[in-house]
Design a protein around this ligand. Sequence first.
Ligand SMILES: Cc1cc2nc3c(=O)[nH]c(=O)nc-3n(C[C@H](O)[C@H](O)[C@H](O)COP(=O)(O)O)c2cc1C
Length: 146
Amino acid sequence: MADITLISGSTLGSAEYVAEHLEEKLQEAGFSTELLHGPSLNELPLQGTWLVVSSTHGAGELPDNLQPLYEAITETQPDLSAVRFGAVGLGNHEYDLFCGAIRSLDDLLIARGAQRIGHRLEIDVLEHEIPEDPAEAWLSDWTTHI
Ligand SMILES: Cc1cc2nc3c(=O)[nH]c(=O)nc-3n(C[C@H](O)[C@H](O)[C@H](O)COP(=O)(O)O)c2cc1C
């Protein structure tokens, strides 16, 4: 099992690029990683450290490629008490439900017993033309907690 399993949820690619950038930085820091774009629940280790990176679409909804995972966790209610995770969201503050997807995922994982490490990062893509920059700054703090 990798030190850190990255999970990306993206429709147009931005969150995927952020996840890839964070994976590169984690590897440079000496962590082993696995990056899964829109994984199924079966693909995920139900222990260890996850880093979830997701944009928001629709009206505060998850990207299409993360909806099956969200539904599987909701339906099967796995025990995630051996999981610690970080949460990074991308959104646009002009929408009513800013970063709704990462907030829903954060709530769901905590409800299943997972423990979030550090604060949830919510990147406003209108303020940050290069979302990798705030994500990288957040990561350097996050890795001190894992
Ligand atoms: C159709 C559409 C709906 C969106 N809805 C929301 C929303 O409800 N809340 C939010 O914070 N951002 C919303 N966004 C902004 C996206 O989350 C943002 O553009 C993000 O960078 C897209 O990342 P992606 O390329 O990984 O999908 C929406 C964008 C689009 C195109």
